[in-house]
Structures are given as C-alpha cells and as structure tokens.
Design a protein. Structure first.
Length: 425
C-alpha cells in the first residue's frame, strides 16, 4: 500500500490549447494571420477592410436603392418622351455611373490606406537624426526610457512627432494612430464610417473621387426627376402637385437627393479646400493651420498635383508574406494586448485556441495550493486512515482541469511552485 501511495506522479493530461502554449516550435503563417490591428482580411490577405466593414453594405444600399427606383419608375416616362434612343441613353448613363461609384467605394475600403508596420522592439534613442524634444529635457526621472516627442525639420520648420506606445515607433510627420483600426496610418485624414476604413495617403484620392462622384450622381438623378415632373405637367396640363401625385417616386427621389447632395456636396467642397491648402481633416481640426503657417503648403497648383498626379505609393506591408511565429509568442502577444486594454487583467490566464479568454485568478491558484498542502499533510499524518487519504487523492486526480491549470500556473509562477505541486504527488 505504501508503494502505491508513493509511486511516481502521473503526468497531467493537457488540453490542446495548453499544449500549444507550452510548445515553442515555430510555425509559418501569413502576416495577415498574426496582424495585431483590428482590420479584417479577405481573399488570403489580398483585401483589407476596417473593423466596421458592415457599414459598406449600408452605404451601397443608400446608393443603389434610389438608382433602382429611378430606373424602374422614372425612366419609363423619359424613354417615351425623348426620341432617337436618348431616353435609353439617360438610363444607361445612370446605371454605369452607379457601378463606377460602387467601384470607387470598394477601392477606397479594400486597400491599405497607408499603414506603417509596427516595431517588434522600441527604437533606440539615436536611431535617426531627429532631435529630442525640449519638453522632455529634465523629466527623465519619470521612468520612461523614450521621450514622448521628437523634433523634425519639415520645409525649414520644426514639427513635433509623437512616440506611439502601441506601434513602438516615432510617427512620421502627418501620421496618426487610428483608435478604431489600431494602426498608425501615414498622412492620416480621418476614419470614415461610411466606407468602413481609414482614409490615408494611399486611398485619399479614391475617397475624394468617390465623394465627388456621388455628388454628381445625386445631381444627375435630381435633375432628371425634375425633367420627368415637367414632362408630366406639360403632357397632362396640370400643376406641380398633380404631377407629383402621378409620379410619387420622382418626388421622393427629389427630396432624397436634395438632402443627400448637401451632405456629400459639402464634404466634397470641404476636401477641395483641404487639397488647395494641403491639409488633412485631422490637421484642420487639431492644428488650425489657417491661423499659422502650414509647413506642408506648396501653393495651390503644387498641392493639387501632389494629390492627383503624384505616383501611387506602394504599401509598406506585404500581408501575404510568410512569417515564423511560435505559440509562446502568440500567447505573450495576447497577454500584452489584454494588459493594454484592461489594467485588471494581469492576473489572468488565457486559452488562445478556442478564442475565448478563460481566466483563473491567482487567488484561485493559491486556493488550489492550499488544498494540495492539506492533502500532503494528510499523507504525512500517521493517525489518518489510509482509505480516507486515498479518497482525497482520488478526488484530486479525478479533476483533470485542476491538474491542467496547476501545470499551466507552474510554468508561469516558476520552479518553486512546480516543486510544490510535484511534492504533493
């Protein structure tokens, strides 16, 4: 009996998720599969959307449904009234123009807006020629190894660039970190909920073309709805209200396009102003360059050429690139991400296989250790009946989840805890 009680401890059976945490063999994955941002990838990483990609369907419906109503109801009168196939041409132009607008929307939403790759390690203090900001001088005792800002020279003017704690890099000029996509975006303009993507250096011209084309489509439908109403008034010799009763869809589209054109038309005019002054939406609302000199303004003509005629910049990320990662690094990344989101989470352990964050508090682990110690004391006690000792031990061994968690916490809390666990068996 004594030999049975002091036999070698049985190795706990770990789940696949815990085995994956323990295993450190490198795995080859695509970059988009381990991307730390909030983006959504499709077609094997060839298409990248923002986290709010579903908003695109709302935007498409707001464009397509009025055009379908126009082609199904309003166009019938136009085809009858206009001769020499001109009515068919009016409807065809509207349909083709709508496809063009949807293409610009998808192009704006589905490409890399100018994401700057993250650093795996913080940069060195002297890794480039930029100067440390004077705001940080004399405040190095705050525990931070890197200054929060640096001074760079842009067109003879000093511009402060900030250090991004998430991406671990000094943002280039005109770069900002999008809190929705969780990426630093070059020449960041804004995050547009209508396209579900950040608007930055690589997709800004497509965004402007989308907004301006939507404005022209609204004006097109608005104008020909009025033409349809005027044709009805002329044919039936009636006033405006009777014509609207005969073609209520025309009246509905007139109201809808009139309201919409104020939004998209005003947005187009605002961005044309930003282009002429070489500003972004973020800079206009934050820095107010109209009240001081803009270091990026090169004159109206050069500013327009910079946006529309400059070479299309290549993406700094190859999302289909193969990278080698190990499961321990994935586990560490998930922990670091949770630490940055919630300060109360450092006492948690996570299951990364199922995608669910199953947590066990450190206090619970201490309770397990107390139970283990109590079982050990029972085994060392001479007066305790042996059948009761076996019952305690059998109950403990019949809980594989506890063994699994104990082994996992043994890895995290060091050798001392691991020795304590093995000492019990």
């Amino acid at each position: 009996m004594n030999e049975k009680m002091h036999k070698a401890p049985r190795t706990p059976q770990l789940s696949d998720s815990n085995r994956r945490i323990i295993d450190s063999n490198p795995q080859t994955l695509r970059l988009y599969q381990v991307w730390r941002g909030s983006n959504r990838f499709y077609c094997g990483g060839r298409i990248i959307f923002g986290p709010d990609v579903r908003s695109i369907f709302l935007t498409i419906s707001l464009i397509v449904i009025p055009v379908i109503l126009f082609c199904a109801f309003v166009s019938q009168t136009l085809i009858k009234e206009f001769q020499h196939q001109l009515g068919h041409l009016i409807v065809a132009i509207c349909a083709v123009f709508t496809v063009y607008v949807i293409f610009l929307l998808l192009l704006t939403s589905g490409i890399d807006p100018g994401i700057i790759p993250r650093n795996s390690n913080p940069p060195d203090l002297d890794d480039d020629g930029s100067a440390v900001s004077s705001d940080w001088m004399g405040s190095q005792g705050n525990g931070s190894n890197l200054p929060p800002t640096r001074d760079v020279i842009v067109n003879g003017m000093i511009v402060k660039v900030k250090y991004c704690q998430t991406c671990m890099l000094y943002r280039p000029p005109r770069c900002s970190h999008c809190s929705i996509c969780n990426n630093c975006v070059e020449r960041f303009d804004h995050h547009c909920p209508w396209v579900g993507q950040c608007v930055g250096k690589r997709n800004y011209r497509f965004f402007l073309m989308f907004v301006s084309s939507t404005t022209m489509l609204c004006l097109y439908v608005f104008a020909f709805c009025w033409v349809n109403i005027s044709k009805i008034m002329h044919s039936y010799k009636c006033n405006l209200w009777r014509a609207l009763v005969k073609s209520p869809v025309s009246g509905l589209l007139i109201v809808y396009t009139f309201v919409t054109v104020w939004f998209v038309g005003g947005l187009t005019a605002f961005h044309l102003y930003l282009i002429l002054t070489n500003q972004t939406t973020y800079e206009n609302f934050r820095y107010r360059y109209h009240s001081k000199m803009n270091p990026y303004n090169h004159g109206c003509m050069r500013n327009v050429l910079e946006v529309f005629c400059s070479k299309f910049p290549r993406s700094k990320n190859n999302f289909r690139e193969k990278v080698k990662v190990d499961s321990s690094s994935i586990f560490a990344n998930s922990l670091s991400l949770c630490h940055s989101m919630n300060p109360e989470v450092p006492k948690k352990s996570f299951d990364i296989e199922t995608g669910k964050r199953q947590a066990v508090a450190v206090e619970d682990f201490e309770d397990m250790q107390n139970q283990l110690d109590s079982v050990g004391r029972l085994e060392r006690c001479e007066t305790e009946p042996r059948h009761r000792i076996r019952e305690h031990k059998a109950d403990w061994e019949n809980t594989p989840d506890i063994c699994m968690l104990a082994a996992e916490f043994g890895m995290e809390h060091g050798l001392a805890d691991g020795q304590k666990i093995h000492g019990v068996h």
